[in-house]
Design a protein around this ligand. Structure first.
Ligand code: 6PG
Length: 220
């Protein structure tokens, strides 16, 4: 595991934002996948405005099937943290349109992806659930690995979600997994020991994966 361990979430977030800027700065245009949840929020706040001069296509990695503006909406969190002043002129933002039914939202997302001419993500920010999920790929829920995005019902959350497929995550050129807090330590340890969690499978693909961990998640 290629891990960077930080004293606290703030130091981790600063390093993650710096890494994204450094990676994107070298590209004429960049397709960057953004996960939801709570861990990346501070990284997105620190990233705001730092890539305005690069042609970035931002891609939502997964979404809960809730209206935009709902407290659980990932895209609402991203708009508030990463684009407080609105989306920069040269940027595009591919999102799941949750006003559509889940399957339709996944198909519409794939249409946006293809219309943007994307083939793979240059960089993707991933989280890690306490159960080893990443994106909305959960250990106990089978999501067909065909196409770019799928809708999935997650029984334990009693919630529909839309997510990038495992293949898209594995094809990314550079993956950053951000994990903080003691609840992630068993998963990090499991991945190090070869456990087949979705977050492990997603990070074994082509390209590089860097894990950004605070001491608690690293089990220090
Ligand atoms: C989501 C995320 C999800 C997240 C993990 C970790 O929509 O919930 O994409 O995969 O990354 O659940 O969430 P935390 O960062 O809140 O621990």
């Amino acid at each position: 595991m290629n891990a960077r361990i930080f004293d606290d979430p703030e130091a981790l977030s600063r390093a993650a934002a710096r890494t994204i800027v450094q990676r994107a700065a070298g590209l004429p245009q960049a397709a960057i996948g953004l996960s939801g949840g709570s861990t990346p929020k501070r990284t997105y706040e620190l990233l705001a405005g730092r890539l305005d001069r690069i042609a970035v296509t931002w891609v939502v990695v997964d979404e809960r099937h809730v209206p935009e503006g709902h407290p659980r909406s990932n895209v609402s969190m991203m708009l508030a943290t990463l684009f407080p002043g609105g989306l920069p002129e040269a940027h595009r933002f591919i999102r799941f349109r949750t006003e559509l039914a889940p399957d339709d939202a996944a198909r519409d997302f794939e249409d946006q992806w293809r219309a943007a001419g994307l083939e793979r993500l240059d960089l993707v920010v991933l989280g890690c659930g306490d159960d080893g999920h990443t994106a909305s790929l959960f250990p106990e829920v089978d999501v067909p690995d065909e196409g770019v995005a799928r809708a999935v019902f997650v029984p334990k959350l009693e919630e529909w979600r839309m997510t990038l497929t495992m293949g898209v995550l594995r094809a990314a050129a550079f993956r950053m997994v951000l994990a903080t807090g003691p609840s992630k330590a068993p998963i990090v340890r499991g991945v190090r020991e070869g456990a087949r969690y979705p977050v492990a499978l997603a990070t074994e693909g082509e390209g590089e994966t860097w894990w950004f961990l605070d001491r608690a998640a690293a089990g220090d």
